[in-house]
Ligand binder design. Sequence first.
Ligand code: ATP
Length: 268
Amino acid sequence: MGVIQVDGLAKSYGDVRAVDGLSFGVERGEVYGFLGPNGAGKTTTIRVLTGQIRPDSGTVRVLGTDPIADPLETRRRVGILPEQGSPPSFLTPREYLEFVGSVRNLEPDTVAERTDRWATRLGFERKLDTLHTDLSRGQQQKVMLTQAFLHEPDVVVIDEPLANLDPLVQEQVKQFLVSYAAGDNAVFVSTHNIDVAEEICTRVGIVANGDLVTERSLESQTVPRSANSQASATGADDDEPLLEVFLEHVNETDVRDAPSLEQLGSEQ
Ligand SMILES: Nc1ncnc2c1ncn2[C@@H]1O[C@H](COP(=O)(O)OP(=O)(O)OP(=O)(O)O)[C@@H](O)[C@H]1O
């Protein structure tokens, strides 16, 4: 069984069927990209995976835990970077990371060492003692990335990992995500960014209208493709650009769900 296993997941909000019988699995060593248009059901799926909402039906296992029955245990075991999450405005990055570390049962020395390492890696070391309210959106995103990895979880679930980051930091984060997964962990990334998915993911699931419409294995990555162009030219898997796969499948879905001309005619 994969470190993430989802079977027949469904979740509606009133009349809106946000997730509609979704099934997929993620193994150790993978950066799994969850790609889909606006409203496809990505955030809803992440919220179920991380024990934030209960689905209507389906089973979910994350590192053997059941986020529906025992959401606290799941959240202890995984790292989570939520969409539009931001650190508390009334704390500094150091205070917030100390808090996260204590909730995760880390030794203070370990937290201090990892905080310094991440702050240096992402370039916010001079902001460690500044209130979050006085940090830029990108600086806050760096702190949120740090909290997701602070306890070095086996599985990390990230909604739009590169939001608000400058290009230099984006490259660092992409390389980090690839190397983190390669260390026998798994990274689940939801993104709209097809280029990023193509660059860092070992496998991509394309989701539309609440269901997986196709999956695509990309070559095994040790560094992002931009720094590994020779390897990407000899991709072990399908050579069709991901953008084309995406447009093909998402358009098909849209066409399938759109009313036919006959239906439109009969409604007039
Ligand atoms: N709390 C809610 N109440 C009602 N409808 C909701 C709620 N949350 C999501 N939806 C609807 O469920 C569907 C799936 O939303 P979801 O946020 O999961 O999509 P998404 O793929 O993450 O979209 P985006 O890429 O725009 O963030 C959408 O039609 C959305 O309008």
